[in-house]
Write a protein that binds this ligand. Structure first.
Ligand SMILES: [Ca+2]
Ligand SMILES: [Ca+2]
Ligand SMILES: [Ca+2]
Length: 216
C-alpha cells in the first residue's frame, strides 16, 4: 500500500507541474483544411485528435486543404517543437509522415524550401525512450529528433503551420519549449486540461499524503 501511495503522489506531482516556458496547443484547436477530421478519443489529450483522410506524398503540401494554421503567443526566445503523435495500423509505413513549416510564419504551398517533410517516423522516441511505433500516443521533440528547425521569435503572436502528407497519422497536441529545457512527457501532458480521472488521481494522492502524515 505504501508503494501504491508513493506512486500516486509521484503521478499527482508530475501532473500538477507545468513548465513556465511551455506553450501548449491542442492540435484540434487549429484552423484546419478540408482533408482533416477532428475525432473524439479518450486517450487523446483534450479528448480529440486531428487526422487526414487523403494520402499524399512529395516534399511540401500542394493545397490549402492539407494545412493547419495555429496562432501561438510566445515570449522572445528560441523554442523546440514537441509533437504528441500516433501512427495508425495497418500499413504503418503509409501512415507515418507529416510536413512542418520551417520556423514561424505562413508558408507557401508547393515550396519545398519552406517545409520539412518527415517520413518513416516509427523509430522516433519520447524523452523517456518510448518508441512512437504504432497505435500509441507519444511525445517527440521534433527539433532534436528530426530535421525540424528551432523556432525563434522576438515575442508576440506567431503563425505556425503543419500539414499532412500520408493519411493515418494522428496529431494530438504540440508544444513549444524553450530550447535546452528537457520536460518529461508527463510534464508536457500536464499542460492539457486534466481529465476527470487525472483529477481523481490527484485527489487520491492528497488523501495518501494526509494518511501518511497522520500515521507519524
Ligand atoms: Ca511513410
Ligand atoms: Ca495512410
Ligand atoms: Ca488533442
Amino acid at each position: 500500500m505504501k508503494t501504491t501511495i508513493t506512486s500516486l503522489l509521484i503521478s499527482a506531482s508530475s501532473l500538477s507541474t507545468s513548465y513556465a516556458t511551455t506553450i501548449y496547443v491542442e492540435a484540434e484547436s487549429g484552423s484546419y483544411g478540408a482533408n482533416y477530421t477532428s475525432t473524439a478519443d479518450s486517450l487523446a489529450l483534450g479528448n480529440a485528435y486531428l487526422s487526414s483522410n487523403l494520402a499524399l506524398g512529395g516534399n511540401s503540401p500542394v493545397g490549402a486543404a492539407q494545412v493547419i494554421d495555429y496562432q501561438v503567443t510566445l515570449s522572445v526566445g528560441t523554442y523546440d517543437l514537441y509533437v504528441r503523435g500516433y501512427i495508425e495500423t495497418p500499413s504503418p509505413g503509409n501512415n507515418d509522415s507529416i510536413f512542418v513549416g520551417n520556423g514561424f510564419g505562413a508558408k507557401a504551398l508547393s515550396n519545398d524550401a519552406e517545409w520539412t517533410a518527415l517520413n518513416n517516423m516509427q523509430s522516433l522516441q519520447s524523452p523517456e525512450g518510448t518508441t512512437l511505433g504504432t497505435d500509441n500516443y507519444v511525445w517527440i521533440n521534433f527539433t532534436t529528433k528530426t530535421d525540424v528547425s528551432q523556432f525563434t521569435t522576438t515575442g508576440g503572436t506567431e503563425t505556425f503551420q503543419l500539414a499532412h502528407r500520408e493519411d493515418g497519422f494522428r496529431i494530438d497536441a504540440f508544444a513549444f519549449v524553450t530550447s535546452g529545457e528537457t520536460p518529461s512527457s508527463a510534464q508536457l501532458s500536464a499542460n492539457a486540461v486534466p481529465e476527470p480521472s487525472s483529477l481523481a488521481l490527484i485527489g487520491l494522492g492528497a488523501v495518501g499524503a494526509l494518511l501518511r502524515r497522520n500515521r507519524r
